[in-house]
Design a protein around this ligand. Structure first.
Ligand code: GAR
Length: 208
């Protein structure tokens, strides 16, 4: 059984999707053992507690710099004996110490089709604002491994979502979550915990 640690900063709907999938038996070889939040008041913490999952809070401003914060995160993840670390709306930057400590063991869900609308400055609602500004007709979500390059790690799963006339950033965000993120993230966790993802030459191979 692999220990899954989920990193959050906000509402935690992706965490909820993971918890629901686990309860439905869809991640048979993984268990969410801890949720770590970068914000003390994140609603994701309530979701974890309601599901009997251990929570921890690591606030960036309690540390002098990103290196110290990242070192504290590595320590916490080691204490939790994390096998898989999932960024589910985790909005705080960590440095390469963390990536190096857990190579190809960390995954992130991004609310666009990478390599579009990704990288520094593209997070949360801002991604959908930029999608609408540019007028693309198709967007989506991506689950990828976390590497030192922001949103640049090997892609695990992607799903396209239609942009519709009259969409607001909020409406589009909700559609991308419902149709893509909440499905892709549990599926990626299941594949990882079943040992069905390998990385060759910076690309993933899925053994489904
Ligand atoms: C999600 O849409 C997730 O893809 C996005 O933040 C939202 C968190 O929602 N993440 C990023 O933009 C990371 N670059 P949630 O807290 O309800 O899961």
């Amino acid at each position: 059984m692999k220990n899954i640690v989920v990193l959050v900063s906000g509402g935690g709907t992706n965490l909820q999707a993971l918890l629901d999938a686990e309860h439905r038996g869809e991640i048979p070889n993984g268990k969410i053992t801890c949720v770590i939040s970068s914000k003390a008041d994140a609603y994701a913490l309530t979701r974890a507690q309601e599901n009997g999952v251990k929570t921890r809070v690591l606030v960036r401003k309690d540390y002098p710099d990103i290196a110290a914060y990242s070192a504290a995160m590595v320590k916490a993840l080691r204490e939790e004996q994390a096998d898989l670390i999932i960024y589910a709306g985790f909005m705080t930057i960590l440095d390469e110490q963390v990536v190096n400590a857990f190579p190809y063991q960390m995954m992130n869900v991004h609310p666009a089709l990478i390599p579009s609308f990704c990288g520094k400055g593209y997070y949360g609602l801002r991604v959908h604002e930029e999608v609408l500004k540019r007028g693309v007709k198709v967007t989506g979500a991506t689950v990828h491994f976390v590497t030192a390059e922001c949103d640049g790690g090997p892609i695990i799963l992607q799903k396209a979502v239609e942009v519709r006339e009259g969409d607001t950033p909020e409406i589009l965000q909700r559609r991308v979550m419902e149709e893509a993120e909440w499905k892709l993230l549990p599926k990626a966790a299941q594949l990882f915990c079943d040992g069905k993802i390998s990385v060759v030459n910076e690309r993933t191979i899925l053994h489904e």
